[in-house]
Write a protein that binds this ligand. Sequence first.
Ligand SMILES: *Cc1c(COP(=O)(O)O)cnc(C)c1O
Length: 386
Amino acid sequence: MKVAERLRSIPPYVFAQIDKVKEELLKQGKDLVDLGIGDPDQPTPANVIDSMIEAVKNPATHRYPPYEGDKSFREAMAERYAQRFGVQLDPQREVMTLIGSKEGISHLIWAFVGPGDVALVPDPAYPVYYIQTLLAGGEPYPMPLKEENGFVPDLESIPKSVVEKAKIMFVNYPNNPTAAVTDLAFFEKAVAFAKKNDIVLVHDAAYVEMTYDGYVAPSILQVPGAKEVAVECYSLSKPFNMTGWRIGAAVGNSDILYKGLGIVKTNTDSGQFRAIQWAGATALRDHPDSFIAKMNEIYKARRDVMVEGLKKLGFQVKAPLGSFYIWLRVPEGFNSASFTKHLLEKCQIVVVPGTAYGKCGEGFVRIALTVDCDRLEEAIRRMSAV
Ligand SMILES: *Cc1c(COP(=O)(O)O)cnc(C)c1O
């Protein structure tokens, strides 16, 4: 067997080594505290599950859905944007259902990037931006996210020759993996930059609903004129505990959606199961804010346990205002890989080395708050014992 050349350009799987050690420890009957996975541990809301059960019984959901998405889901998405962000969207033209935002991100790259083209991607970042750009034959240009800049990219420092070849740019706040948040001022800069340089701007808003201590995350579409160049990927996965369902939406610039993304999608997938879209509409319409508030309270309590515990152990760490991660600087004498290994072998704690998200992730590990407070306390206990 010989795989396509494009697969050979894909860097080796960074988690492979950890997975091997993890497997070995589990085989030995070790009790692992797994803070590696960015996947909510709580169930999908009951009203969404009930809505799904009803929808499955209705034969109207059994046939191919429209490729751009079910009308009621797209309307629910537009209603959510109006209510949550004060952003008006035309559900017919400015909303497209996604089979999870990962699908949308990937296909947006295929719609706008080819050989000779550059994609501007944050470093560290969700790996899909970088890898899909390689698969599409394009060139990812990493924009460093530095702590001293609040983990937002310095757009001015991107060389002119790179900007000229750039077709698409990704931003993501609240951020995975750094847990950084940003304000509308950075989005304004990004929109102006994209307009000036004719770049498609994509905001990955996977964590936009997951914020704490009174901080409310903005949509990039709140920037006046953003719709001229930007789309935002909204995901139901993390806020509604629906990662397995595969449902989200791309919203914003109609041409990016219908003359770009939609062309790739019509020729690749045939849309998401209507029953899932109806259930998604229920999540967005039926008391979403009280459910989200309840979840955010759970994550905030976990965050506080972890941050307080880490501080007592001598780590310098600030409580993040968004996402459900802690981006932790490793202690003196360690790097990302060796600290990950240390936690795994000495404490049976699984974290992800920062380098899994890009070169600039060196010196950090990512902790996911996807286990309950007791387990986080156990993790802290184990760390204090070594
Ligand atoms: C989890 C995650 C996604 C994927 O979300 P889906 O809607 O489940 O595909 C996208 N972007 C970031 C930054 C994520 O952390």
